[in-house]
Design a protein around this ligand. Structure first.
Ligand code: CA
Length: 245
């Protein structure tokens, strides 16, 4: 995958970390712009027109969540938040404000890079219909609404197809409970997290090799779910293209 054309904006007040991120991202052939404050970051997001923004939630001038909300109001780019906080509420606030995913500090560089690739892939996929999804020995065909496992055809209900499709569109990234309920069940059911849990369980029983220890449909406690694909399979024939020149 060539990443030479992608521009990433790093909004982080910790000089050492910001510099480390620049070095890391440039080593992967991303182009990088930096901002050490929220205000500066919002200006950069307007003028530099990045393909993705990394936003620290703990900034000196503005709360990172406000920065996310501000950028989201004028740009559809993927936003990943960096958080040292372990409180679920902060992550939920940032995700509700429009962040696409989060990485908790201290993070591993391979984890951060995988999240960035997943976010850029989703941008490349936006607007294109998903055709097939392979989860280990299971193959789902969204067009034909058929599924096949190692022992033959699998039966999924229309609702189960919609749910796995919603997770697959954001493969590698978190999808919040609220987003899933809204998209799959509709706005009047956004609080039915118990119903969602039941359907996740049904999906795991049908699609996971060991439903008790899920390998693909992962739970993000208190937040939502993440469909984890093998990196090579995730790349597939979906080549990301830059959103802006
Ligand atoms: Ca900070």
């Amino acid at each position: 995958m060539t990443t030479a054309m992608f521009r990433i904006l790093v909004i982080e007040d910790d000089d050492e970390l910001r510099s480390m991120l620049r070095t890391l991202l440039e080593s992967q052939s991303y182009r990088v712009s930096e901002a050490a404050s929220g205000q500066r970051g919002i200006l950069e997001a307007r003028s530099y027109r990045p393909d993705l923004a990394l936003v620290d939630l703990g900034l000196p001038d503005l709360d990172g969540t406000e920065v996310v909300r501000a950028i989201r109001s004028f740009a559809p780019l993927p936003i990943l938040v960096l958080t040292a906080r372990t409180m679920e509420a902060d992550k939920v606030l940032a995700l509700d404000a429009g962040a696409d995913d989060y990485v908790t500090k201290p993070f591993s560089t391979s984890e951060l890079l995988a999240r960035i690739r997943a976010a850029l892939r989703r941008t490349a996929r936006a607007g294109t219909a998903l055709s097939v999804l392979q989860l280990g020995a299971v193959m789902l065909d969204f067009g034909a609404r058929t599924a096949r496992g190692p022992d033959g055809p699998l039966h999924l209900t229309p609702l189960e197809y919609r749910l796995i499709e919603c997770l697959a569109r954001s493969a590698g990234m978190i999808v919040t409970q609220r987003q899933l309920l809204q998209e799959v069940w509709g706005p009047e059911r956004v609080n039915d997290s118990r119903g969602l849990r039941s359907y996740i369980k049904f999906l795991r029983q049908k699609l996971e090799p060991d439903p008790g220890r899920p390998r693909f449909i992962l739970t993000e406690a208190g937040l939502g779910y993440r469909l984890q694909l093998d990196e090579s399979a995730a790349d597939g024939d979906l080549r990301p293209t830059p959103t802006s020149a």
